[in-house]
Every structure is written in structure tokens, then in C-alpha cells.
Design a protein around this ligand. Structure first.
Ligand SMILES: Cc1cc2nc3c(=O)[nH]c(=O)nc-3n(C[C@H](O)[C@H](O)[C@H](O)COP(=O)(O)OP(=O)(O)OC[C@H]3O[C@@H](n4cnc5c(N)ncnc54)[C@H](O)[C@@H]3O)c2cc1C
Ligand code: HEC
Ligand code: HEC
Ligand code: HEC
Ligand code: HEC
Length: 610
């Protein structure tokens, strides 16, 4: 407390100083009186900043004397941490206190304080963009601000307030963008990575299953024989043959290196030799035993990103791609939350802006039946890259192709990983009966579930499945998604479904396991009899889990125009690219693609630099 008292005295002395020290960016009209009336006593003088002001702490305690405002709000965040501790220490304190889930102890990767705590408006718990936690944040609000797609043509009129330069600008800080930023920075280029949300990670942060790769050291150590050709064949089969086979081959060929690269950065990956996805040939989904692959990999990558010193800008939305009169993309127009509109001139631009799962207009244009169906990606997945490239004549392909994920916890937008099924779980309907090969590709399962009574199903698994994904299961328990029973009868009672039917279903399934043949539904991989320990059930419904269409690229990840010719200096990687998954995505390929294609886009971009 001594520290606070001293700083209060300094703070009081600095009250005047701090107003006169407001920078051009924060105080464009140089009128400090106006700022005093607005931020100290006026409309913006309440909330968290006002709370601090009224406890005797002035503007400078947060803003510093120099009043430097970047879009990461780094100076402010540093000051929050100085007084209150880091996100990690706050999280540890919360854990020690025990009790319910704490916003300071979540799975976002090192979020800044101001991604939840606002200074001059009502704060919002970022977690509740996806969850519905009953958390009160000081000076907070409960209502979400919806993220919606924009018509970017309106920004053509905007005059940038400054111009910056880079060799490579990367649009979107999810998996593909982070990999690209690491690669380009390590290859000595001046890179700027732009992310519109206040946190990095995109939907990549949520990927929960694993990363596919063929012929890896990990597979060889387990005696699993795999090859690039079988990986290609399996991917094409799941995609119903509509995949761009050249891209699939590049993915398969680069996949083992991608796993090596990730493990080289410190990722600890493993494989379950009994876990085969759908009707693929061999186990090749590499995962981590500590929970979701996404949050784990993003945290590993984020450490590397910081270590290489990449220029990462949050709250920075790309609103226009600039083009010269020869048709070359010359960089981007950015809207920074605090620094306003500015231009970045770049030798190459790489689009890694993710999916259009949260773009209802594009989704329902092709699938009127999906109107109002929830999506399980991050909320910023509004298909911006499609809007941005439409204005410069890029070809867009397969926008009708949507990933329907069968396992979203009912009443939420939370995807339950497919690994609970590939690891042994089954799907049972409200009549207590199986109704499908529960290990079928996802796009087959969604529509079948919608035909079941009540349009939902129960994902049922036992302690043997839990043993493979312990922390993932424990997470679902923490979120109160799981019901359990010591026997099929007890579980049926909890779920309110017919007991005899469930008893019979589990008996028949255990026999199928014993005979290595699922006579009823033809499930090929039968990893568990589901007779070990307790039984668990999660109520699930289908949802939009991601998108499969997008930009058309050549094998150098160059974005193509409507005539199929590369648009000079424009590249793409990740979910923004169409065609590589075909009609359905082989679960685990996206994360592998983020690494393989993220790096490849950079290598091509560097070649294109003059
Ligand atoms: C719940 C869930 C589970 C999944 N599980 C798996 C799995 O186990 N294995 C697997 O392989 N795949 C999985 N996937 C799919 C996989 O996570 C994604 O396809 C992949 O991670 C997408 O990576 P990305 O970098 O292309 O996009 P993202 O990670 O979504 O990143 C794109 C980023 O661009 C930003 N952005 C968008 N527009 C702009 C703009 N205008 N300006 C600046 N920034 C912008 C976004 O905010 C976002 O952060 C899963 C997906 C979900 C939703
Ligand atoms: C100079 C030190 C200092 C800085 C900088 C600072 N705080 Fe505080 N903060 C305090 C003190 C002192 C209190 C009051 C504690 C009390 O009354 O028990 C406080 C209170 C709070 C509260 C509780 C409010 C309430 O009434 O419940 C929150 C939340 C908070 N700070 C968050 C932040 C965040 C986020 C930042 C950065 C944007 C920040 N603080 C910056 C010192 C600081
Ligand atoms: C993901 C959202 C989120 C982030 C990020 C976040 N907070 Fe909080 N914070 C909350 C919520 C919700 C509460 C109120 C519930 C509670 O006390 O845990 C809170 C409460 C607080 C409080 C007051 C009570 C307490 O627990 O001490 C302080 C101080 C605080 N936060 C500081 C910070 C600082 C400093 C950071 C950055 C290092 C930070 N917060 C990051 C959501 C967040
Ligand atoms: C508790 C920390 C804190 C204090 C104290 C504080 N601010 Fe802020 N300020 C912020 C944060 C955080 C932002 C980023 C935008 C937001 O969250 O509202 C910000 C943003 C701003 C901005 C940028 C534009 C805008 O409207 O968001 C101005 C200008 C500003 N503050 C002025 C002031 C002035 C003047 C004072 C003193 C009267 C003050 N602030 C006190 C935390 C603080
Ligand atoms: C962009 C969407 C999103 C945001 C934001 C988000 N979550 Fe989650 N969360 C998920 C999904 C999806 C799962 C289930 C998959 C998994 O476990 O990775 C999950 C799982 C969880 C779990 C259970 C697994 C575990 O780790 O124990 C907890 C607890 C949780 N979230 C807490 C939080 C908290 C606290 C925050 C804010 C700091 C937060 N989440 C922010 C999407 C989100």
C-alpha cells in the first residue's frame, strides 16, 4: 500500500502535466481542457479510469507521462501489471482461492488486461464472447457487442493519418499468421502482423483435437507405418475427391517437418496408436495430453513470436487492400483502435484472416437451412478476407462448402472435440439407441443428428476414453457439460432416456468391440468396449464448425484473380484458402496446414520481393 500512497502524491502533482502531455494520437485537437472535461469528469470519466481517479490516482498512473497510446495499449497494460500483478500471478491467486472458474485463469494465451478491462467505457469479460459465465467485472456490462461483417468499400474514401513501411504485412494473427510472422522474422524480413481482435490466436486457439502428419518420428517410434501417399488418399476420400490435390500433396509432404518444427519449439506431442479418424488408414493425429492442441500450440508459438521480436499489433483491423495501377498489391489500410486509420506499404501481403463461419450472409446464400444455426469458431470469423479481396477481383471458390461439426455442447457454442469419438465414444439418441457410424466424417454426422428425436444426441464415453484425454474431459466437467453414471441404467436415469434401450445399446456395442465388427452401423475403428469405470454423456447438437471455401491459390500460395492469374504480391494461407479440404475437412489437417502453408506463403513472398 505504501507504493500506492507515494504514487498518489506523484500522481496528484502530475495531473496537470498529464493533460499537457497527451500525444497527438490521443489528443488530436491539442485541447487539453476538452480532454479534462470528457475524461476526468465527463462522459468518459466514470468506469475503471474514473474509479482510479476517485481513489486519488490520476491519468498518468495508467497512461504514463508521455501518454503514448499504441493499439496494443502496451504502456497502459504495463502499468496495470506494475500495480496489480501479471495475468499469471492473478490467475494463481484465483486458483489458490479456489471456487468457480476465474477470468484470470482461462485458456486465452497471455491476454492483456485491457482485453477485458476498459478504461473509459463499460468493461466486458472477453470469455463471454463464447461462454456464458455469470462473472461480474468491476464497471462492467453483460451485453455482448456482436461481431458482424462489414462492407469495406466505404473505406476507399478514408485518408490515412500516416504511412509505415514493411517487407511483409500479415493480415490475421491466428495459427497461420503467427507461423508466417515467425518464419518471415527469422528470415530477416521486417514484418508487421495485424490482428483485429484484442487477443491473438483466432479460431486456432480453439482447435481441440490434434495435428495430422504422415511418417513422423513419433509414428515411427510407435511402429505406425504411414506415407505421404496414404495421407493424400485419406484426405481426398474425406473431401469426396473435390480437394485441390496439389495442395493436399504439399500438405502431406510438409506435415512431418511441421510436427518436427513444432516440437523443436518445445511442443510435446504424442499419438494414440488405437485412434484412427473415420475410415482413414492409420493413426496420424498428433496431440497433447494437456488439453486442446490449439491453446497449447498458440502458447508455444506466442513465446517464439515474442522471442524473435515480431511486430504484433492487436486491435488492428485491415479494412482495405491497396493496389497500384499495375495491379500489384502494395499493402493495406489499417484501422487501429487508438491510432486511427493508417497505411502500411509492404513488398508482400499475406492473408491469414481465417473463416467466414460468422458471416450469415455468405452462409445462408448457399444454405438457407443453416439460418440461425450456431457457429463454434471465434466470433471474429466474419470472412473479412473475402470482403477485402472482392474489391480487387480475387477469385473466390467453394463458398457453399461449410464444415458442420456434430458435437457442440447443447445450449452453447462450445465444440466437444471429435477425439472423444475417435478415442472410443459413441453417439446415442434420446431413445437410447445408436443411429450411425459414430466415427463417420463430420459432415455426414451433422445431418443425421438433425433427424433424431429433438434434433440432438448424447456423446457417451467411459473412463478408458477419459484416460486418453483426461484434462479435456475435466474441462468439460468444469463447464458443467457432463452427466455421469456408474452403469448404463444410472446414466439413462440422469439423462431421462429409456433405461432398457441404453442397457441394450451398450451391451450390443461391447459385443461389436469383442467381435471387431459393428454389424449395425459399420464403424471400423472400435477402440473401446465402453465398459471401463463410469459412463459419461454430453448432450450435443450440430453447428457450423468452420468453412471450407475461400480464396483460390496456386501452389506458391499466390492469390489468383478471377481469370486464374496470380495477383502480384498477394499470398494466403490457412482457413482463408479454399479447395484444399474439398467437401469435408479431415480433422487435424487444418492445424498442420497452418504450419505448412503459413511457412510456404512466406517463402514465396520473399522470393517475390525485389
Ligand atoms: C472449436 C474448434 C476446434 C477445432 N479443432 C481442430 C483440430 O483439432 N484440428 C485441426 O486441424 N483443426 C481444428 N479446427 C480448425 C482449425 O482450428 C482452423 O481451421 C484453423 O486453426 C484456422 O487457422 P487460421 O490461422 O487460418 O485462422 P484463425 O486462427 O481463425 O485466425 C485468423 C485471424 O485473423 C483475424 N482477422 C480476421 N479478419 C481480420 C482483419 N480484417 N484484420 C485483421 N485481422 C483479422 C481473426 O480475428 C483471427 O484471429 C477447429 C476449429 C474450431 C473452431
Ligand atoms: C498506480 C497503481 C495502479 C494502476 C496503474 C492501476 N491500478 Fe487498478 N487499482 C489500484 C488501486 C490502489 C485500486 C484500489 C484498491 C482498493 O481500493 O482496494 C485499484 C482497483 C482496481 C480494480 C477494482 C475496482 C473495484 O472498484 O472493484 C480493478 C478491476 C483494477 N484496479 C484494474 C486495473 C487495470 C485493468 C489497470 C490498467 C488498465 C489498473 N487497474 C491500473 C491501483 C492501480
Ligand atoms: C479475460 C478477462 C480478464 C482479463 C484478461 C483480466 N481481467 Fe481482471 N477481472 C476480470 C473479471 C471478470 C474480474 C472480476 C471477477 C474477479 O474478481 O475475478 C476481474 C477483476 C480484477 C480485479 C479486482 C479484483 C481482483 O480479483 O483482484 C483486478 C485488480 C484486476 N481484475 C486486474 C487485472 C489485471 C491487472 C489484468 C491484466 C494482467 C487483468 N485483470 C486481466 C476479467 C479479466
Ligand atoms: C485505470 C487506468 C486509466 C486511467 C486512470 C485513465 N485512463 Fe485513459 N485509457 C485507459 C484505457 C484502458 C484506454 C483504452 C480505451 C478504453 O479502454 O477505454 C484509455 C484511453 C484513453 C484515451 C484514448 C481515446 C479513448 O477515448 O479511448 C484518452 C484520450 C484517455 N484515455 C484519456 C485519459 C485521461 C485524460 C485520463 C485522466 C482523466 C485517463 N485517460 C485516465 C485507461 C485509463
Ligand atoms: C473464442 C471462444 C472462447 C473464448 C473467448 C474463451 N473460451 Fe473457454 N472454451 C472455448 C471452447 C471452444 C472450449 C472447449 C474446448 C477446449 O477445451 O479447448 C472452452 C473450454 C473452456 C473451459 C474448460 C476447459 C478447461 O480449460 O478447463 C474453461 C474452464 C474455459 N473454457 C474458461 C474460459 C475462460 C475463463 C475464458 C476467458 C478468460 C474463456 N474460456 C474464453 C471457447 C472460448
Amino acid at each position: 500500500m505504501f507504493y500506492f500512497r507515494v504514487s498518489n502524491v506523484i500522481a496528484a502533482a502530475m495531473l496537470v502535466l498529464s493533460f499537457s502531455g497527451i500525444t497527438a494520437a490521443a489528443n488530436p485537437d491539442g485541447n487539453s481542457k476538452r480532454f479534462e472535461s470528457v475524461y476526468a469528469n465527463g462522459a468518459k470519466g466514470d468506469y475503471l479510469a474514473g474509479g482510479h481517479n476517485r481513489k486519488g490516482m490520476n491519468c498518468a498512473v495508467c497512461h504514463g507521462e508521455a501518454f503514448a497510446m499504441d493499439d496494443n495499449e502496451s504502456a497502459i497494460n504495463k502499468n496495470c501489471v506494475n500495480c496489480h500483478g501479471t495475468y499469471k500471478t492473478l490467475g494463481e491467486a484465483a486458483k489458490k482461492k479456489g471456487g468457480s472458474i476465474s477470468a484470470h485463469d482461462g485458456h486465452l494465451v497471455d491476454p492483456s488486461c485491457t482485453s477485458c478491462h476498459s478504461g473509459h467505457e463499460a468493461s466486458f469479460v472477453y470469455c463471454n464472447n463464447c461462454h456464458v459465465f455469470a462473472m461480474d467485472i468491476p464497471f462492467g456490462r453483460k451485453e455482448k457487442i456482436p461481431y458482424t461483417p462489414e462492407d469495406f468499400s466505404k473505406y476507399k474514401k478514408v485518408k490515412p493519418n500516416r504511412v509505415e513501411n514493411a517487407d511483409i504485412v500479415i493480415v490475421g494473427g491466428g495459427g497461420a499468421g503467427i507461423v508466417a510472422a515467425i518464419e518471415a522474422t527469422e528470415l530477416g524480413k521486417k514484418v508487421i502482423l495485424l490482428e483485429k481482435m484484442p487477443i491473438i490466436g483466432g479460431s486456432s486457439l480453439l482447435s481441440s483435437g490434434g495435428i495430422n502428419a504422415a511418417n513422423t518420428k513419433i509414428q515411427r517410434e510407435l511402429g505406425i507405418q504411414d506415407s505421404v501417399d496414404t495421407f493424400v488418399k485419406d484426405t481426398m476420400a474425406i473431401g469426396l475427391g473435390t480437394n485441390n490435390e496439389k495442395l493436399v500433396r504439399i500438405l502431406a509432404e510438409g506435415s512431418a517437418d511441421a510436427v518436427d518444427w513444432a516440437t523443436g519449439l518445445g511442443a510435446e506431442l504424442t499419438i494414440n496408436p488405437k485412434e484412427v479418424y473415420a475410415k482413414t488408414s492409420v493413426p496420424r493425429m498428433h496431440y497433447t495430453t494437456t488439453g486442446g492442441i490449439g491453446r497449447y500450440l498458440v502458447s508455444v508459438l506466442d513465446k517464439k513470436l515474442k522471442a524473435v521480436g515480431a511486430d504484433v499489433r492487436l486491435n488492428s483491423k485491415v479494412v482495405l487492400l491497396n493496389k497500384d495501377d499495375k495491379g500489384r498489391v502494395t499493402g493495406v489500410l489499417v484501422h487501429g483502435k487508438n491510432t486511427g486509420f493508417y497505411e502500411i506499404k509492404a513488398g508482400a501481403t499475406i492473408l491469414t484472416a481465417g473463416s467466414y463461419a460468422n458471416n450469415p450472409e455468405i452462409i445462408t446464400r448457399h444454405h438457407p437451412d443453416l439460418k440461425g444455426v450456431v457457429f463454434s469458431t471465434q466470433p471474429g470469423a466474419t470472412g473479412d478476407a473475402l470482403g477485402l479481396t472482392k474489391l480487387i477481383g480475387a477469385k473466390q471458390t467453394g463458398l457453399d462448402k461449410v464444415q458442420i461439426h456434430p458435437n457442440i455442447a447443447t445450449g452453447s457454442s462450445l465444440m466437444v472435440t471429435l477425439a472423444m469419438r475417435t478415442g472410443g465414444g459413441i453417439l446415442v439418441n434420446a431413445e437410447g439407441k445408436r443411429f450411425v457410424d459414430d466415427n463417420a466424417p463430420r459432415n455426414e454426422l451433422g445431418p443425421v443428428i438433425l433427424k433424431q428425436p429433438g434434433q440432438h444426441a448424447y456423446l457417451i464415453y467411459d473412463d478408458a476414453v477419459v484416460a486418453k484425454r483426461k484434462s479435456t474431459h475435466e474441462g468439460y466437467v468444469r463447464l458443467s457439460l457432463v452427466k455421469e453414471g456408474d452403469s448404463p441404467t444410472a446414466l439413462a436415469e440422469k439423462l431421462g432416456i429409456p433405461k432398457d434401450a441404453l442397457v441394450q445399446t451398450m451391451k450390443t456395442y461391447a459385443e461389436a468391440y469383442k467381435n471387431k465388427k459393428d454389424a449395425e452401423f459399420g464403424r471400423v475403428s472400435l477402440p473401446e468396449p465402453l465398459t471401463t469405470g463410469k459412463l459419461y454423456a454430453i448432450d450435443v447438437v450440430p453447428a457450423i464448425g468452420g468453412t471450407l471455401g475461400g480464396l483460390s491459390v496456386d501452389t506458391d500460395m499466390r492469390v489468383l484473380d478471377e481469370k486464374g492469374k496470380p495477383i502480384p504480391s498477394l499470398f494466403a494461407a490457412g482457413e482463408v484458402v479454399g479447395e484444399w479440404h474439398g467437401d469435408d475437412r479431415y480433422g487435424g489437417n487444418a492445424v498442420a496446414g497452418n504450419i505448412v502453408f503459413g511457412k510456404r506463403a512466406v517463402q514465396s513472398a520473399i522470393k517475390s520481393l525485389k
